[in-house]
Structures are given as C-alpha cells and as structure tokens.
Write a protein that binds this ligand. Structure first.
Ligand code: SF4
Ligand code: ZN
Length: 311
C-alpha cells in the first residue's frame, strides 16, 4: 500500500504527477480547498463578498457542481448568498440528464436555482442551430452559438436577479485550452485579458470569478468523487465538432508525455497578463439593439439572432 506523501499514515488516493506526490483523502481535500480559498483571497474577495449575492453559472457537470459545492460550503465564512443558474440550451440526449443532476444537487444542499430556456429567451435552441449548420444553411458551429448565447443569458438572468458576482466552473485545463485557442486565432487582447477575475467598470457588466482557475481537471474529478457528488457522464453530442475538443485532446497527450505542461502554459499565461495595460483592447459600449454590454455596435448575440432569423 502506498502511503500519503504528506501525512505518511493514510493510503494515497490521488497522484499529483507534476508535483511528484501522492495524497490520502483528507490531505487531498484539504490541499484542494486551501488552493480555492487562496485563489479567492488573492482576488481580494475575502471581505468583498460579504453581504453579496453570487450566481454560480452551472452546466450540471462536475466542475460547475464542484464550484457550487465549494461556494456553498464557504458562504457562512465569507458571508454571501448563492444562486445557481443553468441555461437549458435545448440539446437532447444531454441537457435533460445534466439538468436533473443539478436539480437533485440543489435539493440536497438546499440551494436556490434558476433554469433558463435558450429557446424561450432567445428564440433558438442549439439542436436547431446544429441542424441548420449540418444542412449548410448557416456558417456557424453549434459551440460558437452556444457559448455566446449562454454567456449572454447568464449575465441577463443575473442582472434580473440582482446578482453582484458571477462564479464559473472553469478549471486550469479550460484556461489553458482557451489560451491556446486565442493564440491560434492571434487574439492577443483576449490572451492578456482573461484571468481568474474579470471586472469591467460598465453598467450591466457583472464581475466574474473562477474559483477553480488553478485546479487541474483531473483533480476536480477526484474532488468530486471523494465528496460523493454525482452527475451522469454524458457528453454534449456537439463537443467533438469544436476546436476546443481538438485542443483538449492534444494538450492531454502532451501533458501525459511531459507532466507539468499545463502548469507551464498557465504560468506563461499569468506572465502575459502583466502586460495587459500595454495591449490595446476594445472598450465596452451598449448594444444598439438589446442594450447589453458589448465591444461592438451590435452584440454578437443580436447579430447571430438576426442571422438565424433570415434562414
Ligand atoms: Fe454548447 Fe458546445 Fe458545450 Fe455542447 S459542447 S454545451 S454545444 S458549448
Ligand atoms: Zn444585443
């Protein structure tokens, strides 16, 4: 039996290859939670969250449920309230299962939640978008529409509910993938802008933070399982069509061959963020159609809706 590298007493349940250590259940949970707490503290949220309402944007998957679980656990200590928001994209064979997982989770932990239908709110669901895309009627992939619509609706619903902060379940792997995707697109402004906390001083923009920003996906899964949390392991059928899917598999293969790759990329990302002020980035304005914050004359959501209405 392999014993924990930290306490030396209990059997190890998690191997952190990049650090060359193995941890038992208790040491792993403590290590995981301390890292999340350190992240919140480093973002200046220790006192800032007091008396505030925090919305957790959740898909019903392990990372957003972990975020909800952790923020629920810390809410007395940091003195805030939470609300879970799930956007139902209308993806059959996927959404109904994840939605049930969220409902069961919120019932168990007595967390308020809100489910928002993309079709009811914006007039389109992602199954319809995917069908139009397959038929060649639109030059858009389901994920690119889904991501834009989902972010828009989370912000809109949070505004309606009087939310002060939005927390998302992005983990270290997500951040590294996004960084590489921005690199491939040559989008320097996004490469230096995106971090664990995003705040723009503009009406209608709700500050966002990512408690799992420094947590590798594998450790998020271990934490989820060690806490006995549950979600069906179904994947969105459109995920393999996305650039992210390709990048994720590629980075996982490189990480396997060279442990620590993801951490090194994240560290480069963090370094680049220090030059944020030197990279010109478009400023926010109000969308001429819906009034939501955007960097364009008409926001991407309104633009896509106009495009879909013409099909
Ligand atoms: Fe939406 Fe793409 Fe995620 Fe599916 S994989 S839920 S289409 S962003
Ligand atoms: Zn708009």
């Amino acid at each position: 039996m392999v014993l924990c590298s930290l306490c030396g007493r209990e059997p190890a349940v998690a191997k952190l290859r990049y650090a060359g250590v193995v941890l038992c259940r208790e040491c792993f949970l403590r290590y995981f939670e301390e890292r999340v707490r350190r992240t919140l503290d480093s973002l200046g949220l220790t006192h800032e969250l007091s008396g505030k309402l925090v919305a957790v944007a959740t898909s019903g998957g392990k990372d957003s449920l972990n975020t909800l679980f952790l923020l629920n656990k810390l809410k007395e200590e940091y003195d805030y309230d939470i609300l879970a928001i799930l956007i139902d994209e209308g993806i059959s064979g996927y959404r109904e299962f994840k939605r049930k997982a969220l409902e069961a989770f919120c019932d168990k932990f007595k967390i308020s939640f809100k489910v928002v239908s993309m079709r009811d709110s914006l007039g389109y669901d992602i199954d319809t978008v995917a069908k139009l895309s397959y038929e060649g009627k639109i030059d858009l992939k389901p994920c690119s529409v889904c991501g834009v619509f989902r972010r828009y609706l989370v912000n809109l619903e949070a505004l309606k509910a009087g939310v002060d902060y939005i927390a998302t379940g992005h983990n270290l792997d997500d951040e590294v993938q996004t960084f590489i995707m921005n690199f491939i697109r040559g989008d320097l402004a996004s490469m230096v802008r995106e971090g664990p906390f995003l705040h723009e001083d503009f009406p209608g923009f709700i500050p966002r933070f990512k408690p799992l920003y420094y947590v590798p996906e594998k450790e998020s899964l271990i934490y989820f399982m060690l806490n006995g949390l549950e979600t069906p392991y179904v994947e969105c059928p459109y995920a393999p069509l996305s650039m992210r899917y390709y990048i994720r598999n590629l980075i996982n293969r490189i990480e396997y061959a060279s442990p620590g790759t993801k951490l090194r990329i994240l560290s480069l990302k963090e370094h680049l963020r220090t030059i944020k002020g030197k990279v010109p980035s478009p400023s926010l304005r109000k969308c001429e159609i819906c009034g939501m914050p955007t960097t364009r004359r008409v926001c991407r959501t309104c633009e896509i809706r106009m495009l879909l209405s013409r099909v």
